[in-house]
Design a protein around this ligand. Structure first.
Ligand SMILES: [Zn+2]
Length: 705
């Protein structure tokens, strides 16, 4: 079951060829897994490598603490701010029987640290058929053969003293079987042999690409006719994408060249994305005073309109251009603003933490400001918070700051629920209590101070505290380091007239575990309003307003900036949610029935839970109960027409199995009228529910294979 609202849907092992089709892809599988025979596009390799640091500690000898005052060491050590390197790359791509990528790379840098460096590490993606040879200041460097895993450390014949430079000449090559048909597109490829420090760094690139004639090229760099190279300065990655049979839209957002690659049938969508991108860059520039780069290229991704991702600096992928009609205009405008926001947060300012959420939260704040300014409403951002709120209701531990080991044991969609949903909720909550003006100052200061550097929650909190003059430990501790959730509710209100004035008293109760001041606005009959915050130290806070006219209405969190979990989840609700999640899709057997029986005295209203329960009951042949579960799904899925329709089709299936063909036909007919957006796969049974499937069921009853 897939959510239609995922953003940043990326696939861990993207193929460099053809149209990337990802089935059942989960949003945010950033870390790649080696795909035999394919180039692995580890888009976020450089951003998401903390796990590898641990690895490096075991493979690199003589790790020294990154304390530059210590005596020289020939072992591997990581500078606090690694030297900025220049990569001059000459790369040829050939496509015949094999896909061949080969080239030369000259890496230059000056040791800008205060200690000598003698052991360095290089990383690249791992392939079976690859070559990598390195010469350092003219002397060959010994690398193991065959090459082991990356990162690979190597020791220089002589240490590089502070202030001295090093030139590494690298020859690299990869050869893998080419796909039988010439691919539509290749890439985005972002991995080159490069120095490895365990975290992203910004470097400069001059890249020459020699590719088959029929392909057009999109890269991170600006093309310079004089040098014949693509140039990019201060970028954490250099990516390229090759496409054949594409058209290009090109325009300017002042000095930023904006392109969009598209297939001619997708012209309408491309036009909207391109026009939006120009508007977004102009908006961001006007608001923040600058846009960090000079080009931006939008490239197509998967078939399905499932969001997008920032593939490399200056290259953003937007999925599903050919299925524009399935999403409202808001979606296309918002996702464009969202992906461009990542150019500030993650490229210009880089993420420091793992799991990294701050870059996501701050990035989404940018697209929220765009949506506000352009009157695009709050829906997208409410949806993001709703994911997190649902995660709380489902009983997940949404603590943000967790170790790699904890993270690897997590079965739920951490990226959507916590990184995106809660990540943005935290930023929104902080903005809410500090106020727009102050938060805006913090936002700009972080961009300015951390340009080219990494920003983590530690540094961010320090800036927030300096700017606000407040200790924000309580805020960050609860939101980042705990599973506490926010739930406040108005429990009573009264308004009494005294001599000449009205006194209103509002009682607000904290029903959740997270305590923070929450904005309250009172609206009066004469059109005036008054705004204040609750006191976080009180579980029940009574707020008094004095006014010239009677109280009309009072609202908590009037801007809907907070992820309120109201009513708070009961232990029973969370337990039931957990039990349903734990059911396997196939073979749950009696367990599904047990869980179903527990729902009888609950008020479970989540359509996703009912649907899953229905599927597991069907699987166990509890057809009567499954039928009821799908009826409940349909009742509660008013906001999710695709799921409601699937639930109707399943009612038809079950009625067929229960030999009630007339009733089944009613369900199918009902479903047919609502099947425009129906496209759901049940790979466990080889079933794909869509309009054609429903039409077939009207002629042929459903049979279980
Ligand atoms: Zn994103």
């Amino acid at each position: 079951m897939k959510s239609n609202n995922v953003i940043d849907l990326v696939c861990g092992t993207a193929l460099p060829f053809g149209r990337s089709k990802v089935s059942n892809a989960q949003c945010g599988a950033y870390e790649g897994i080696s795909g035999e025979g394919y180039i692995q596009i580890t888009k976020f390799l450089t951003q998401h490598v903390s796990a590898l640091i641990v690895l490096a500690l075991t493979v690199l000898p003589n790790i020294a603490k990154a304390n530059e005052a210590e005596p020289a060491s020939s072992g591997y050590w990581v500078p606090r701010q690694p030297p900025r390197a220049n990569y001059r790359i000459d790369c040829t791509i050939k496509l015949s029987e094999n896909f061949v990528l080969q080239g030369k790379e000259v890496i230059d840098f000056v040791n800008t640290t205060s200690r000598p460096m003698q052991t360095l590490a290089i990383t690249w993606f791992k392939q079976r058929n690859q070559t990598l040879r390195i010469t350092a200041n003219g002397k060959p460097v010994a690398l193991p053969t065959p090459l082991g895993s990356f990162p690979q450390d190597f020791t220089l014949a002589e240490p590089i003293s502070p202030g001295k430079s090093l030139t590494l000449e690298v020859e690299f090559g990869i050869s893998i079987p080419a796909p039988p048909e010439k691919p539509d597109n290749i890439g985005p490829v972002t991995d080159w042999p490069r120095l490895w420090w365990g975290f992203p760094t910004q470097d400069d690139y001059e890249v020459k690409l020699d590719v088959p004639d029929e392909y057009i090229i999109a890269t991170t760099g600006r093309f310079d006719r004089k040098t014949g190279r693509y140039h990019a300065e201060g970028v954490p990655s250099f990516g390229f994408y090759l496409g054949t049979g594409y058209q290009v839209l090109e325009g300017q957002a002042q000095d930023v060249t904006v392109r969009c690659l598209y297939k001619s049938k997708d012209k309408k969508c491309a036009g909207l994305l391109h026009e939006t991108a120009i508007d977004v860059i102009n908006f961001y520039r006007e608001w923040l005073g600058f846009y960090p780069y000079r080009i931006l290229t939008i490239i197509p991704g998967m078939d399905r309109p499932a969001g997008g991702y920032p593939a490399a600096t200056n290259i953003v992928v937007i999925h599903g251009m050919s299925r524009m009609a399935e999403k409202p205009e808001l979606h296309w405008r918002w996702i464009t603003a969202h992906e461009i926001g990542h150019q500030y947060w993650s490229r210009y300012v880089m993420e420091k933490d793992e799991p990294g959420w701050l870059w996501i939260g701050l990035g989404i704040y940018a697209d929220r400001e765009y949506c506000r300014a352009r009157g695009l409403g709050k829906q997208k951002h409410r949806e993001l918070m709703a994911r997190y709120v649902k995660g709380v209701r489902d009983g997940h531990d949404t603590t943000v700051n967790i170790s790699q080991e904890q993270r690897s044991n997590i079965k739920f969609d951490f990226n959507n629920i916590v990184t995106h949903g809660k990540g943005f909720s935290i930023i929104s909550a902080l903005d809410c209590i500090l106020g727009d003006t102050l938060f805006d100052r913090i936002y700009r200061r972080c961009l300015k101070e951390f340009s080219g550097r990494r920003l983590g929650v530690h540094e961010f909190r320090a800036v927030c505290e300096q700017e606000s003059g407040q200790d924000l430990g309580c805020f960050f501790e609860q939101w980042v380091n705990s599973n506490k959730y926010l739930s406040y509710e108005i429990v009573s209100k009264k308004c009494e007239q005294t001599v000449g004035t009205y006194i209103s008293e509002i009682e607000i109760q904290c029903l959740g575990s997270l305590k923070m001041p929450v904005p309250v606005v009172a609206y009066f009959e004469d059109g005036t309003t008054q705004r204040t915050f609750t006191n976080r130290l009180r579980d029940i806070d009574t707020i008094r307003f004095e006014s010239q006219s009677a109280l009309k209405e009072v609202r908590l969190d009037p801007d809907q900036a907070l992820p309120m979990v109201v009513p708070p989840p009961s232990a029973g609700e969370q337990e039931l949610a957990k039990a349903i999640q734990d059911l396997p899709w196939v073979g749950a057997g009696e367990k599904a029935l047990e869980v179903f029986n527990k729902t009888q005295d609950s008020k479970m209203s989540d359509p996703g839970r009912w649907f899953k329960l229905g599927m597991t009951l069907y699987d166990g042949k509890y057809y009567e109960q499954a039928l009821e579960a799908f009826r409940k799904t349909q009742t509660h899925a008013q906001d999710d027409p695709s799921r409601a329709c699937a639930a109707l089709v399943w009612q038809g299936h079950l009625l067929d199995l229960l030999k009630q063909r007339d009733e089944a036909l009613k369900s199918y007919n009902d479903a047919l009228g609502k099947s425009a957006s129906l496209d759901m796969r049940h790979d466990q049974y080889g079933i794909r529910l869509n309009r054609q499937w429903v039409q077939k069921r009207l002629k042929e009853p459903f049979r279980r294979k």
